[in-house]
Every structure is written in C-alpha cells, then in structure tokens.
Design a protein around this ligand. Structure first.
Ligand SMILES: [Zn+2]
Ligand SMILES: [Zn+2]
Length: 360
C-alpha cells in the first residue's frame, strides 16, 4: 500500500510501498478514506519531539473496515469508523476509573518479538501514535477506532479523530462549561475552532477567540465566537478581562507555545480554569503566580480533551448531522497523499485552519 514515510527528521516524507500485516485477534484493518494534517505530526516531522524512525505519521483519520481479527466485537467489515490515538486497554487503573485517554498500556500494541504491523522491504516501520494514518490502510487495535453513522461524510469525520475530540473535549470533559459561563480560546487552528464551536453548543455566554491571523478570527466568529482579538496585541488581555467583568471561567490554549499558555492564565477570573491543549516544545514551562493561586485559579493539561472517544465521537457525529457542529468551515483544503509535504508547509506558515489528505 502507498504510505508517507518519515525516514529522518526535518526531511520531507517519502511516498513508499509499505506492507501491512493481517489483523491479529484484537486488530482491525481499515481502508483509510481521509486523514487530517495535525500540528502534532509536525513536531515529530521537524524533530522537536523524538520518535523511533522510520515511521508513518498521521493520526486523525476515518475509513472503512476491511477485515477484523477473530476476537473483535466492537466493529465489523464494512463499518465506517473514526480512529483515535487514545487507544485504551480497558483494564488498567486509568481505564477502569474512566480516564481511558490517559491509558499507556502496551496491550494495544503488538509484542516486541511479534511480526510488525507495518514493514518496508522486510524491515519494520514504526506505527506512530497507534495509527500511522498517512497510508492507504491502517492496522490498529480495536480500541483505537469506533464505528459511526454511515451517513457521515468521512473527510469531515476524520477531524473527529484528533482536533475536534480534543477541542470539544476541553469544553465537554476537561473543563466542563455550564451554560452562560465565559470561554476564551487562544489559537484558532483546528483544535481551537472546535473548542469555539463546542462552547457555542454548550451554551457558553461570551466566547472570545484570540489569534494573530484575521482570517482565522473570522472563522472563529463564524463558528460561534462572540468576540475576537489579535492574540499578539498588548491590549488584548486587559480587553478580555474588562469584557468579561474580571476574566473568563474557562481559558483553552490550542497553540502549544509558552506565551499563549500564559495568556490563557492571564485572562482567567478568580476560580477560573486554564486548560492547555497545545503540544509545547519540550522544556517549556507554564505556571501560576502567588496571586493566581490566592485567586483559586487552576491550570491543567488536557491531553486529547480527556476523551472517552467510543462515546464522544458518535455524539460529535450526531452534532454534525444535526447542523450544530460545523466541520465544513474547519476544513481549509483537501489534497492527495502525494502533497503531504505541501500540507506541512501550509501548517508551518500557520494561516490555514485544517488540511485533509483524502485517498481516492
Ligand atoms: Zn493531532
Ligand atoms: Zn488502560
């Protein structure tokens, strides 16, 4: 099958003919239909985060089930599915206490001495984030995908695999919004726009979007932001605080930079919560001051929006089908896998919302 392989950081991905194995007892073989291009991939491609190579990135995908292992009960051949990198074992402490997005059990991977899921000329190729979705086929653990309504368009469904589950998860799970509460979203890429849209669905009062790019602020307003400001302007933080009469209840950072994380903390009201979704460069730090702590402000990570994806993703599909979740606006461009390196260049420029790789 055709796949985009990363051999060396900071080098373009190469399209190669990769071999995918047959499904093991708990595995699912999926024909990839679409895969969103997420900034987290760029961190690995650009070498900001180490990862064993060669590897196939891509972790925001939807497709059709081609084959399943003997023990698979959750999906069947022909099902439309969305994959999620939050593969969960189902029996560790995180899983049984409802925090399955924190599961790090190796039970969802193949044992080290087993045949690899992916190989190139007989040598193993690393599966990134349990998925490796920049490929015509994905071979994943059954707890890394969920069946969805077959009416759902799969290029839009792909975004549910990472950006939307993460952005909406911040609003629904990690820092639950009560109707009328105020929300400030820092960064209006795929994740931030999903958070804005979810805040509207949750009935938030003021929804304030911050981004340096005017086009992205306009998208945020289309998706439900009641106000938007240039994230880089010095006047922005005091304006947000004044507009919300003392700061927001929920600040959501969706960029992955120290400065934007600090902005999320600075726009909080007393008792407010800042949730950092962005993947910051290794070694980054963000914190609360003595006065922030006296004001009972809270700062937390929000890995993958604290999702329970087998429940969350079908609900997000329903929101889309009912016209509440606007995935059409979040997608900026669709392109074939041959243009994956162009998609990364777009992301480095930072102007567009979300590119989606589609497989013909
Ligand atoms: Zn992602
Ligand atoms: Zn687990």
């Amino acid at each position: 099958m055709k796949a985009a392989v990363l051999f060396e950081p900071k080098k373009p991905l190469e399209i190669r003919d990769v071999t995918v194995d047959k499904p093991g007892p708990h595995e699912v073989l999926i024909r990839t239909v679409a895969c969103g291009v997420c900034r987290s991939d760029l961190h690995f491609v650009d070498g900001a985060y180490p990862t064993p190579l060669p590897a196939i990135p891509g972790h925001e995908a939807a497709g059709i089930v081609e084959a399943v292992g003997d023990e698979v009960r959750t999906v069947k051949v022909g099902d439309a599915v969305v994959t999620c990198l939050s593969a969960f074992c189902g029996h560790c402490e995180f899983c049984v206490t409802g925090h399955m997005s924190l599961c790090i059990s190796s039970d969802t991977k193949r044992p080290r001495d087993a045949a690899p899921r992916l190989s190139l000329n007989g040598e193993p190729v690393n599966q990134m984030l349990n998925l490796s979705a920049y490929a015509e086929m994905m071979l994943v653990h059954e707890h890394a995908c969920v069946a969805i309504d077959p009416e759902m368009p799969l290029d839009r469904a792909a975004l549910l695999g990472c950006a939307v589950t993460t952005g909406a998860g911040a609003v629904f799970n990690a820092s639950p919004v009560t109707p009328g509460e105020t929300v400030c979203v820092v960064g209006c890429g795929g994740i931030g726009l999903a958070a804005v849209n979810a805040a509207k669905i949750a009935g938030a009062g003021k929804i304030i979007a911050l981004d340096p790019v005017p086009e992205k602020r306009a998208l945020a307003e289309k998706l439900g932001a009641t106000h938007s400001f240039d994230a880089m302007a010095e006047s922005t933080i005091p304006e947000v605080v004044e507009l919300t009469k003392g700061g927001v209840h929920h600040a959501i950072e969706a960029v992955g930079r120290e400065a934007s994380a600090q902005t999320a903390v600075k726009v909080l009201r007393r008792g407010g919560t800042a949730t950092i979704l962005g993947m910051m460069p290794l070694g980054s730090q963000v914190g609360l001051s003595a006065l922030d702590l006296l004001g009972s402000k809270k700062l937390q990570g929000g890995l993958m929006g604290g999702n329970r994806f087998p429940v969350d993703i079908p609900r997000l599909v329903d929101f889309y089908m009912r016209g509440l979740l606007d995935l059409d606006t979040i997608i900026a461009d669709r392109m074939p896998i041959e243009r994956i390196n162009d998609a990364f260049d777009e992301l480095r420029k930072g102007d567009a919302a979300r590119s989606v790789i589609t497989f013909g």
